[in-house]
Design a protein around this ligand. Sequence first.
Ligand SMILES: [Mn+2]
Length: 359
Amino acid sequence: MKTFRYTNLDISKVIEESIENPSKVYNITHIADFDGIGSASIIRHYFKIPIQNILFCDYTPEKIKEVLDIVKSDNKSKIIILSDLGIDEKTIPLFTDLINHLKATNSKIIWLDHHNWTDKAINDIGRRCDYIIGGDNGKYCGAELVYQNLIISYFKDTNLGEKLSNIAHKTDFNLPNKGETINNLIEAITYINNHHLNDLSKLVEVISEGNIDSDRIKDYANQYIIEEKDSIITLKKNIFKKQLSNKIIVGVGFANFIESNKAASIIKDTTNCDISIFIGPKENKISIRSNDKVNSIEIASILGGNGHERAAGASVDKKVKLNIKNPESIHSYANYILKLSEKIYENKRVTKNEKSKSI
Ligand SMILES: [Mn+2]
């Protein structure tokens, strides 16, 4: 489903209300990359919301429940801004609960997202939001939607918002030549996600003050680089491929602690694949990247996830016990993923079209 938009409120009034009353504003943002972190930093910079009102969320039902329970424990009227978070079919009931709570407390929900939404997600959740932009968006990432909808027309000095949303665009659309500052940000966020989740709030504080070149960010990036050396060796030893009868090549690779785009590019370089599926056994994370012959969402949705046509994700089923040091567990899951890919993509007529490349 392509980009959609529903609004039934006067957004300028809600923005005024948010500036006057920052403690009633919550931001639920994507935990894993600069798009989510940049969105939160923009919101924090302009609306001055308390740092504890910024809640970092991934796509696992456990994490979503944890975050939504925090929001629901505040029974006052609130303004909830969701940024760079999509919705998987299995998490629709959790968000239905949230919206019921928000309606009961006379709260507002603003959702700014650029991932694929199914018809069911749009009907059950999208249409009940007060202000929403959702659906696979070939032009703008989450932080850009935050900047364009909540900042640009309402604040005098829009420099930092513009700067952070431009950085998010480069990272989310994985544009080349990002430069050292942006690479450091990407690596720092990956390292913090892997080891120091509590530090995400500090990172948002630093970025929301405009200190994107801070030593703290460089330190985290350096630690990522040190760890990445071993992870890349592991990944290269754990790459599998299969060529389907229609010539589509599927590559699957396993390693802990590598940034998803980087891992996908290593799998692609090794296998020359059309779709690369990177699996992080420790985080139970599946990251899918594909070229224009293959739609990543198709396998992601069967694995319980979602995303974009060229970049999607899912989680490894909790019943599957993966351990990078246990070759049997890796081999059997690789086989499962390759067979599943064959089933999904073998009979696809390969067509070329230009679609969204963001994450
Ligand atoms: Mn994004």
